[in-house]
Design a protein around this ligand. Structure first.
Ligand code: ADP
Ligand code: AMP
Length: 218
């Protein structure tokens, strides 16, 4: 299964990526997580990306596309993958089509997680994560011990870009640059859309139900 998740920040892409990728036995690849790991490790890529991430802007296409092209060449992605947070612009979507064509394959599905801005703001304002990219929510998905990740025991923190003014800007960036990709994937005949509200496991069931109608049969 070769799959992309599309939806505004806070739609639950990272949360669902984990379960959906496990179901299809493909690696979840989050460009946001890769950038954040580079920021923590203070790599050249991280120092460059951070300027844009903190402001809620997109990292330039050349940088992002080169990073994804490299990642999709890893052996674990040969049999399929789930991209979370990429593509986010038309040039990125076109580059992905070219990368896949060069690998002799195509995308099976683009899954859109649909949610309104009000819900997104509630989700992002309460989001907490650990350094290993496990995601929690202070009200909706609280960890057992406040501030500690149930999965790895690491400290939970609030992302620098999950503050009200930056959230608003990221929603605008999404509406301007990413939402138009829905039409790109509709035209390619690979778009599936689901409502992203309700409990996490309900959304996962909805996602898998929709995805099983497209792409290769399991
Ligand atoms: P994205 O990757 O799309 O930015 P996340 O998966 O990080 O979104 O989810 C954003 C926040 O919303 C997180 O705090 C997460 O715990 C919470 N969340 C995710 N799915 C749900 C859900 N179905 N109901 C309530 N909260 C959710
Ligand atoms: P995310 O974790 O998906 O919310 O991404 C966090 C931040 O990383 C975004 O606000 C961007 O600054 C950057 N980023 C992640 N994916 C992309 C992408 N495909 N293109 C450009 N910037 C990205």
């Amino acid at each position: 299964m070769r799959l992309v998740l599309v939806g505004p920040p806070g739609a639950g892409k990272g949360t669902q990526a984990r379960w959906v990728a496990r179901y299809y036995d493909v690696p979840p690849i989050s460009t946001g997580d890769i950038f954040r790991a580079n920021v923590v490790n203070q790599t050249e890529l991280g120092l460059e990306a951070r300027k844009y991430m903190d402001a809620g802007d997109l990292v330039p296409d050349e940088v992002t596309i080169a990073m994804v092209a490299d990642r999709l060449g890893y052996p674990d992605a040969a049999g399929g993958f789930l991209l979370d947070g990429f593509p986010r612009t038309r040039p990125q979507a076109e580059a992905l089509d070219v990368i896949l064509a060069e690998l002799g394959t195509t995308l099976d599905c683009a899954l859109e997680l649909q949610i309104n801005d009000y819900e997104v703001i509630r989700r992002l304002a309460g989001r907490r994560m650990c350094r290993r990219a496990h995601v929690w929510h202070v009200d909706f998905e609280p960890p057992t011990v406040d501030g500690v990740c149930d999965e790895c025991g690491g400290d939970l923190f609030q992302r620098d870009d999950d503050h009200p003014a930056t959230i608003r800007h990221r929603l605008d960036v999404h509406a301007e640059q990413t939402a138009p990709l829905i039409e790109h994937y509709r035209a390619l005949g690979v778009l599936v859309q689901i409502r992203a509200t309700g409990k996490v496991d309900e959304v996962t069931r909805r996602a898998i139900g929709a995805l099983d109608t497209c792409g290769p049969r399991r």
